[in-house]
Structure formats: structure tokens, C-alpha cells
Design a protein around this ligand. Structure first.
Ligand code: PGA
Length: 243
């Protein structure tokens, strides 16, 4: 694991965007694995700026998002489809046909999940996967007690995740209790992984991910087994690493 500690959120976002940009410059038809949540918002802004300045071109890029809430329409303002279009895709020249996000309303969820993994492997696997991390150590929506061998699947959201994500909804009752998520196996097949974390609230999860035992109770700890992981942290998220 390569750990990069920077001063603040802006620097974290710039470094992450630089990694994505260099991936696209070196391989214009790269396959990107993308994440939602608060953490990558700054990175998306930086990438949009680079696109506006004609430093990168997304025309040939293909993308796969990590997850989507189960039961939400794409058009719902809380869906990850909506988030991605609003915060990234509508601002760059990615081909709509090359965007992939799990369909939370799919009639046959098992098939939806199998097809999602197949599409990823048929694309030659993800070149670079961006990850945030939950306060409980989740990656994607792979919650504690995860099965490390699972591919994309339907997950029950952890209580902590529902509580944390309720900030985006009118009330906690509105937060979906299930989601479709790439599994750990899907994520681990990515050629490169970049995990971002900022703020004190993530310090414990980062400590356990980097220095703790590899165990299903801390899903991100499995990344210790991957041979190309870069973790970019602000000082607060890195706060427990030096003790
Ligand atoms: P956040 O979520 O970026 O909104 O903190 C990260 C996650 O839960 O994976």
C-alpha cells in the first residue's frame, strides 16, 4: 500500500484527479471504476476543470460505478445515477453508452449483478478504481462481515451506513435499506485502486484498514492483499497512523 498524506481536502482531490488524468492520458480508452459520496466530489470538480482546459478527453473512457440503492428510480434525486450525472458526467464528454451503473430497479437482481460483473470482465477489468471508505470500514456497500469472495450482489445496509447516509434524505426512514454493490472480488480484480479519505471521522477506519488484521469485519482491510493500492489522506484521516 502506498500512503500519501496531504494537508487538506483540496490537495487530496487534486492528487486523486492527477492519478485519474494520467491514467486517461496514457490509455485514452481506460476503464474507470467510480465512487459516490462526499469524498470524491472535489476530485470530480478537478477533473472537470482539467477537461475544460482540454488536458483530458473522456470520449473513449468507459466507467463502472461501485453501487446503487436498491429500489430507487434512476431519476430519483438521491440515486447514484442522479449524483453521477449532476456532479460529473453532464460536465464532460463521456459517451453515455459507455457509462455503467447498477440498475436498482432491475426485475431480476441476480441477473443484473451477474451481467454487471460480466460486462466489467468483458471490458478487460477496471484500470483504476476510486474508493471512499465508510466509518465502519466499508468499501462500495460491502459492509462488515462481508464475504471476500463475492462478486456484485444485493447487500443489506449496515445501521451505521443508514445513519450516516440519512444526511442526504429527508428522514432516516427514507434511506433505502438495500443496495446493489460491486463485491470485494469485483473490486480486487481492478488493476489499480485509489482510496480517498478525509476528516477525523475516518481516522479509525483508515487505521484498521492499513495496520489492522485483514478481516471481514473491516471490509477495506482486504486491500492489504492488492498489489497496487494508493491511499490518499488528509492529515485528519491519517491521524491515527503514526501512533
Ligand atoms: P462519504 O462516504 O464519501 O460520503 O464519506 C464514503 C463511503 O461511505 O464509502
Amino acid at each position: 500500500m502506498r500512503i500519501i498524506v496531504v494537508d487538506n481536502y483540496k490537495e487530496m482531490s487534486k492528487k486523486a484527479a492527477a492519478m485519474i488524468a494520467s491514467q486517461i492520458i496514457l490509455k485514452p480508452n481506460s476503464v474507470l471504476g467510480l465512487a459516490t459520496g462526499d469524498t470524491p466530489l472535489g476530485m470530480y470538480k478537478e477533473l472537470i476543470e482539467m477537461y475544460d482546459m482540454k488536458q483530458i478527453d473522456f470520449r473513449e473512457v468507459k466507467s463502472f460505478n461501485l453501487d446503487e440503492y436498491y429500489g430507487l428510480e434512476k431519476e430519483n434525486s438521491q440515486s447514484y445515477h442522479h449524483y453521477m450525472i449532476k456532479n460529473f458526467f453532464s460536465n464532460i464528454n463521456i459517451d453515455k453508452e459507455k457509462i455503467n451503473i447498477p440498475n436498482g430497479k432491475a426485475k431480476n437482481i441476480k441477473k443484473e449483478c451477474e451481467n454487471y460483473d460480466k460486462k466489467i470482465s468483458d471490458s478487460g477489468n477496471i484500470d483504476i478504481q476510486v474508493l471512499g471508505i465508510g466509518v465502519n470500514g466499508h468499501i462500495g456497500f460491502n459492509e462488515p462481515s462481508v464475504d471476500f469472495k463475492a462478486g456484485t450482489h444485493l447487500v443489506e445496509l449496515d445501521e451505521k451506513t443508514i445513519k450516516s447516509n440519512s444526511r442526504f434524505f429527508n428522514s432516516i426512514e427514507d434511506v433505502p435499506t438495500k443496495a446493489i454493490s460491486m463485491g470485494i472480488k469485483t473490486i480486487m480484480n481492478s488493476k489499480k485502486i485509489v482510496l480517498l479519505a478525509n476528516g477525523k471521522g475516518k481516522a479509525d477506519a483508515i487505521f484498521k484498514t492499513v495496520k489492522g488484521k485483514i478481516c471481514p469485519e473491516v471490509p477495506a482491510s482486504v486491500l492489504q492483499f492488492h498489489n497496487d493500492v494508493t491511499i490518499i489522506l488528509d492529515k485528519e484521516a491519517a491521524g491515527k497512523l503514526e501512533s
